[in-house]
Write a protein that binds this ligand. Structure first.
Ligand code: PGA
Length: 246
């Protein structure tokens, strides 16, 4: 079962999720183990990364022993492309905290062998001991990561074609839809569901319809976020608008 918390606003949600992440990092540090975090990109988690950076600067939260895996990456964008998700992570988190770059993993959008790269990504997650916590957004198609509909429950990290709705939504970052890549590499639904804990963030009235579907439809490949209902520790962090109450 997934649970729902309706926060006052996106900032309050970011503070709450950052506190959960900080607690995991500190608990793992005390146990002498690395915390393994699954991270997301897009507009939604930006306040979360700002809060994590603040905790690092002002409250001594160290990322020195944190290992991260990002959900996805566009195909064909090099790491230094301003719209690549590696670049996003560098800008918004990695360059602002003390995480060793070798501990950060983002699928390689430039690989010549996507199947091998995706297999290696899965193996790296397993070798790290699995994801302690996965941060998610949700797309208007119902995607989690870039698992566009239809995405089955047993899907693994793989190359996917992007939905036209997603390409249009993400064209705001590229300037025009033609510049948005047509494919990506993404963790699969099964990969995501294996995280020990999942924190999904969705804000604004534009997400209200898809959040309602994700929570109320029976789990189905046509709305991949519905699979989260099967996870034992998944929380939807909403604001009044995305919860349909504003
Ligand atoms: P957004 O994207 O945060 O930019 O709305 C969410 C997603 O596509 O998962």
């Amino acid at each position: 079962m997934s649970s729902v918390v309706i926060h006052r606003d996106a900032q309050a949600a970011a503070v709450a999720v950052a506190a959960d992440i900080a607690a995991i990092i500190r608990e793992r540090n005390r146990a002498g183990r690395a915390a393994v975090l699954g991270l997301a990109t897009g507009s939604t988690p930006l306040p979360l990364y700002r809060e994590l950076v603040r905790l690092h600067r002002e409250e001594n939260l160290s990322f020195a022993h944190v290992v991260t895996f990002n959900l996805d990456e566009y195909e064909g964008l090099p790491a230094d492309h301003p719209q690549s998700y590696r670049h996003y992570m560098e800008q918004n988190l990695f360059s602002q905290v003390d995480i060793p770059r070798a501990s950060t993993h983002v699928p390689d959008g430039m690989t010549g062998d996507p199947a091998a790269a995706c297999g290696a990504f899965e193996k790296a997650i397993a070798d790290a001991g699995g994801l302690d916590l996965q941060v998610l957004g949700i797309g208007r198609t119902g995607h989690i990561g870039f698992n566009e509909p239809p995405s089955a429950k047993d899907t693994r990290t793989r190359r996917v074609a992007l939905d036209d709705v997603t390409r249009k939504d993400n064209s705001v970052f590229f300037g025009d839809v033609a510049s948005v890549p047509r494919a990506a590499l993404t963790m699969g639904v099964a990969t995501i569901l294996e995280a020990r804990r999942i924190e999904l963030l969705a804000f604004g009235s534009g997400k209200a319809g898809i959040v309602r579907r994700a929570r109320n439809e029976s789990p189905n490949a046509g709305c991949p976020a519905t699979w989260l209902q099967l996870h034992p520790a998944c929380t939807f962090h909403l604001d009044p608008a995305s919860s349909g109450q504003a």
